[in-house]
Design a protein around this ligand. Structure first.
Ligand code: ADP
Length: 258
């Protein structure tokens, strides 16, 4: 099996076989409901989509449209109520929770609006929490190379309180990168940052996608930020409203932040 396929679990509920070589993610009629008490709220209402390996994908939509729910399902943080969620050849809908955890650890990295660094560890030590460096044979993913990529070579021994928000977010990117993930998921990665720091973080995400061919999936509610994507998925009311292929993705340094 190639990297990412756990226990050969490419089985679908319909007999459909995904294209594992080309597609990082394929969704087939994916629905998600939340149940609280007697009340069932359907948040995703039947999503079909194919996401190519190596693409820079932005998920755009207003607050409450289902972006985070969508991201959580395609990243294996949460499970769909029905439908098939093929990610790197595994059908996440069919994985047991313990296998889902294993899948995430092995294949995907996460960046959130909050950096969640450990306050008593240095930048380098925080990045190393991301694990797998010792077993990783790819020299691009040494701590030194990663800190070079994020422009923080001189900050390796700083503690979180000695860094700006943007620098802390870059360390969280380093932490996600240490395992050389096939896919990097970022949920509003610049949500807590001002314009200058936010641009820098987006520039790094673009660079990672370009240099390491990491499939990048970024959630934002900001249409201007979405312009950095090669593929833009517009989510509205739990459905894909529009899918745009952007031939000229914006350079993060030129986007209007407002
Ligand atoms: P977005 O990321 O676009 O703001 P979300 O995916 O966070 O949207 O939420 C979509 C809808 O699902 C919202 O109406 C939200 O209140 C609801 N929702 C999200 N998570 C839960 C949950 N755990 N339980 C119940 N409802 C939820």
């Amino acid at each position: 099996y190639s990297k990412g396929i756990l226990e050969g679990n490419i089985v679908s509920t319909t007999g459909y076989v995904p294209d594992v070589d080309k597609h990082a993610i394929e969704l087939k009629n994916v629905k998600k409901s939340y149940i609280s008490g007697d009340l069932e709220t359907q948040v995703l209402k039947g999503i079909d989509i194919v996401l190519e390996k190596g693409d820079f994908i932005v998920i755009l939509g207003p607050s409450g449209s289902g972006k985070t729910t969508f991201l959580n399902i395609i990243s294996g943080l949460d499970k769909a109520t029905s439908g098939d969620v093929f990610v790197l050849g595994s059908n996440l809908s069919l994985l047991k929770d313990s296998h889902l955890t294993k899948f995430r650890r092995k294949n995907v990295g996460f960046i959130f609006q909050q950096y969640n660094l450990l306050t008593n560890l240095t930048a380098k030590e925080n990045a190393e929490v991301g694990e797998n460096l010792s077993t990783n044979k790819n020299e691009n993913f040494s701590i030194e190379k990663i800190f070079e990529t994020i422009g923080m070579t001189d900050q390796l021994n700083k503690y979180p309180h000695q860094m700006s928000g943007g620098q802390q977010q870059r360390v969280s990117i380093a932490r996600a990168l240490t395992k050389n993930p096939s896919i990097l998921f970022a949920d509003e990665p610049t949500g807590a940052l001002d314009e200058e720091m936010g641009r820098k973080v987006l520039e790094i995400l673009v660079k990672i996608n370009r240099e390491f061919k990491t499939t990048m999936i970024v959630v934002t509610h900001n249409p201007n930020i979405a312009k950095i994507g090669h593929t833009i998925i517009h989510i509205k009311n739990g459905l894909i409203d529009e899918l745009t292929h952007n031939a000229n993705p914006a350079d993060p340094s030129t986007i209007d932040w407002s």
